[in-house]
Design a protein around this ligand. Structure first.
Ligand code: CAA
Length: 293
């Protein structure tokens, strides 16, 4: 089936970036959020990224305008009726995702494909709640979606070859690298990256180094673009907490357990960069290590 119109559910950290990438590839996008404030914020971020691309000479103004014009923001599930593919990128909470799929399933065309951008939840748990488990798969983008090359394309146990191939083909059409993977908690990247970030928190708890020292060491010593504690803030500590809970529940291994520091920071409402406070304080021009952690 030809994909022309794509629905993106959620205009947050991942959803706005996915919507932009998909529109840039020439698809019409319906971007759905639950409330107007979050929708405006997500669309505002896309507009800023497009303006920056023009400023930097990476895009013509007319092309940026055309990308923006292909994105139709909405609060109404009904506007997803014409979509050939719907990608969800809402909060990493199975209950909320199932509630949302119930709404989408009721309005989407029977032949439309559904994909989840979950970072760790099982694809089958969502697929089974819809009328189309055969046309359901995972499309896991990385933050920032506009920049990161990888998309994990996840085959659930009910995903047909036709659906999976359509997912790989769609990923390629976005100019991304699609890596096929199976429906195992954390897929490839988070299975390896999440214990690494959690270990960095434990290393900090054990006094191996300061926040800045641990990050600087991994940048200069291992060639990473960001240190693990800045990366944890960047991913969102709430998201990191949700992912490690899923992984711990699945595998029952200590390496996936929440370190006490993470638990306390979440209780304090410190979710990382998006909340302005995490392992770093983002209130100034440059992030500085949070002395209260
Ligand atoms: N949105 C869109 N574009 C962005 C961006 C964002 N949030 N952040 C940076 N960019 C773009 C910038 O516009 C810039 O492009 P131009 O120079 O052409 O304008 C380019 O990326 C480089 O940005 P910067 O010069 O500001 O900074 P940088 O060189 O340090 O790169 C980075 C920033 C790309 C984020 C880099 O630090 C990086 O790769 N960090 C690691 C990111 C990572 O590991 N992501 C995966 C997280 S795990 C995940 O997402 C999975 C999950 O399920 C939790």
């Amino acid at each position: 089936m030809e994909i022309k119109q794509v629905g993106v559910l959620g205009a947050g950290l991942m959803g706005h970036g996915i919507a932009q990438v998909v529109a840039q590839a020439g698809y019409d996008v319906v971007l759905r959020e639950a409330d107007q404030g979050a929708l405006d914020k997500g669309v505002g971020k896309i507009e800023r990224q497009l303006a920056r691309a023009v400023e930097k000479g990476r895009a013509e103004q007319a092309d940026a305008d055309a990308v923006r014009a292909r994105i139709a923001p909405t609060l109404d599930y009904g506007d997803l009726a014409g979509c050939d593919l719907v990608i969800e990128a809402i909060t990493e909470d199975l209950g909320l995702k199932l509630e949302m799929w119930r709404e989408v399933d009721a309005v989407a065309a029977p032949e439309a494909l559904f994909a989840t951008n979950t970072s760790s939840l099982s694809v089958i748990d969502q697929a089974a709640s819809t009328s189309r488990p055969d046309r359901f798969f995972g499309l896991h983008f990385f933050n920032p979606a506009q920049v990161m090359k990888l998309v994990e394309v996840v085959r659930g146990i009910t995903t047909t070859d036709q659906t999976f191939d359509a997912g790989l083909e769609f990923t390629k059409s976005l100019g991304k690298m699609g890596i096929p993977t199976r429906d195992k908690a954390g897929f490839i990247v988070n299975r390896l990256l999440v214990p690494y970030m959690l270990d960095a928190i434990r290393a900090y708890e054990e006094g191996v180094g300061s926040i800045e020292e641990i990050d600087a060491a991994m940048k200069a010593g291992a060639g990473h673009p960001m240190g693990p504690l800045l990366l944890a803030d960047f991913v969102g500590l709430d998201t990191l907490g949700a992912i490690c809970d899923v992984l711990f529940d699945e595998f029952r291994e200590r390496r996936f357990a929440r370190p006490p520091t993470l638990r306390k920071m979440l209780a304090a409402g410190w979710y990382g960069r998006k909340s302005g406070m995490g392992f770093y304080d983002y209130s100034g021009d440059e992030p500085v290590g949070n002395p209260a952690v």
